[in-house]
Design a protein around this ligand. Structure first.
Ligand SMILES: NCc1[nH]cc(CCC(=O)O)c1CC(=O)O
Length: 348
């Protein structure tokens, strides 16, 4: 049966190797279901790709998405394939999150400097000596790890996956540039690009001596379409993974309710669990101050069958966190934005 709607789907994407790999995954899924369609890839660099020096928190929301969304609403492209974690929780007028795909491993991982890995010097973050330098551009990662590993030093590390690995592996003399002993990065990006062998430790809520909760939407792909473009939205069902879409809608509702953005230290973790003979969605979340000294954790489990029910779960957990002290942590961070303190990840 031929597919309704356009015969050629113009697919917008960033032009990093990871973004292109993810876009090809989505096109392959859609092509299997709609062999009569043609897909064109329209890749572009976004502000977050062009500005490789400013710390991410200072670049604001939409740094990975706004320019692509402008092409979507103008009709130049038909859909956009995003890393869901890079999508702000509120979309521009006329744009919808039409599809969420099956999730690659959502956890963050530890990658040690290549020489250390080859020597087998360290196995986990706990093995690192006091004062070791860990690279991340994420306030979420730095804040949670400062809480668990106060002896580590965090340094900003910008760039795509390959660039960050190269910066971590570089042998830099003391005082002669930015050196790193390890990197915190998403498992999903490494796995999709064939760097799984660089993973030394997975970090999550069960990690001995302390892990961290991942970013909202991490590991999943979000496909954005024009609101009302029903023919295209229907086509996207072939790439949808309903359990992941429900889980990530709950995660996004936590961040939206706390009015967080990409640079607010909110971590989440979702799982489908058996309770009273039914599959229920367990949602965990944490909000941590930038110095790791204050934190609020919470968890709720609910029977979730619709996107609306998923968003109610996320909103209720966010309100629980807020009441238990998360609002004060976030207010302090927002005050810090005025002074610039909240825009810093680095200790050095
Ligand atoms: N802009 C950073 C970014 N956006 C998506 C991923 C990984 C892939 C994913 O989470 O789906 C990454 C790399 C990282 O966080 O280490």
């Amino acid at each position: 049966m031929s597919s309704p709607g356009p015969k050629t789907i113009r697919v917008g994407t960033r032009r990093s190797a990871l973004a292109l790999a993810q876009t090809n995954l989505v096109i392959a899924a859609l092509q299997r279901a709609h062999p009569d369609l043609t897909f064109e890839v329209h890749a572009m660099a976004t502000m977050g790709d062009r500005d490789k020096t400013t710390p991410l928190p200072a670049l604001g929301k939409g740094l990975w998405t706004s320019e692509l969304e402008a092409r979507l609403t103008s009709g130049e492209i038909d859909i956009i394939v995003h890393s869901l974690k890079d999508m702000p929780t509120t979309l521009p007028e006329g744009c919808v999150l039409a599809c969420v795909t099956a999730r690659e491993d959502p956890r963050d991982v530890v990658v040690f400097k290549k020489r250390y890995q080859e020597e087998g010097r360290y196995k986990t973050l706990s093995d690192l000596p006091q004062g070791s330098v860990v690279g991340t551009s994420s306030v979420r990662r730095a804040a949670q790890l400062r809480r668990r590993y106060p002896g580590l030093v965090f340094r900003d590390v910008r760039g795509n996956v390959e660039t960050r690995l190269a910066k971590c592996d570089a042998e830099v003399e003391e005082g002669k540039g930015e050196r790193y002993d390890a990197l915190i990065i998403a498992a999903a990006g490494l796995k999709r690009l064939g760097y799984e062998g660089r993973i030394s430790q997975y970090l999550d809520s069960t990690t001995e001596s302390g892990g961290l909760l991942h970013a909202v939407g991490q590991g999943a792909l979000g496909i954005e379409a024009r609101e009302g473009d029903e023919a295209v939205i229907q086509l996207l069902k072939a790439a949808e993974d309903r359990p992941t879409m429900l889980a990530t809608f709950a995660e996004r509702a936590v961040m939206r309710t706390l009015e967080g953005g990409c640079s607010v230290p909110i971590g989440v973790e979702t799982a489908w669990v058996e309770e009273d003979g039914k599959k229920k969605l367990r949602l965990r979340a944490t909000v941590v101050s930038l110095d790791g000294k204050e934190a609020v954790d919470g968890e709720q489990t609910a029977d979730v069958n619709t996107l609306e029910e998923a968003e109610v779960l996320g909103k209720e957990l966010a309100q629980q966190l807020s009441t238990n002290g998360a609002q004060k942590i976030l207010d302090d961070i927002n005050k810090g934005r005025v002074t610039g303190a909240a825009l810093k990840v680095s200790d050095v």
